[in-house]
Design a protein around this ligand. Sequence first.
Ligand code: CP
Length: 312
Amino acid sequence: MAFRHKHILGIEHLSAEDIQLILDTAESFKEINSRDIKKVPTLRGKTIINAFFEASTRTRLSFEIAGKRLSADSVNISGSTSSVVKGETLEDTAKNIEAMAPDIIVIRHGHSGSPHYLAERVGCSIINAGDGAHEHPSQALLDLMTMREHKGSIKGLEVAIVGDITHSRVARSNIYALTRMGARIRLAGPGTMIPAGIEKMGDVTVFNDLRDAIKDADVVMMLRIQLERQSKTLLPSLREYARYFGLNQENLKLARPDAIVMHPGPMNRGVEISSYVSDGEQNVILDQVENGVAVRMALLYLVSGVDAILAE
Ligand code: CP
């Protein structure tokens, strides 16, 4: 099957077949990351610009490493060191980047829809590395790759996602991706952090109590409270949040004994997850990070071939 998406703007636009192809491609690339010489010539001559206007450790580094391992010229700009601080608009920044003839722009931006805005205005491929509270497609794909590795298949999995669902682009992308692949999703969090009508996004059930959400779950995904996106206080205190919605040694026993614990990072230890759990036997958090490189290699590779496929 050929991949026919020039841009990766969100999981919303991907079919189950697209997701399957991305995961299979990532799996085939993963082996490169354990070689002595971690480099193949696949994207030699391609230029990738990683434009991060919001803080990032995992996504920025893994897109950069992914590009380099495929032999692309991978360069970075950040909001704080670009001319954005002098008042340049996103469109002007992108047009100037485009004048240097990149093949792909990977963008993280605080405003939902920024990657879509750019995709309509520049000629190269755009990959969304997280836009506001909207989507974080590469995160959801690496999450699914990790679930598939540990559970064999995604279809039929009971996946609990707990935390600040309203402000989480990770939750939205995972809900789209898990729904496409036939998983059942349970959401839990304080009422102030669960958007009205979220059940309509797929096979989604909302719980007010973390214990009900994680009971017999195959996967427990914990999310950070996105204080930077909250315009007003939605919590009495972090201590109270940890008491009712934090995953710990005791409440994790409610999940299936072979359940895996996931977190997209960065974690707030002692708030949404205890150190006992985040460092415990059921955690696959660093597997997620490892798979992030392979998934991003797959995305860079797949969008790079689309112009040729569409011209056929
Ligand atoms: N999961 C994630 O997006 O992490 P970073 O913010 O460090 O990229």
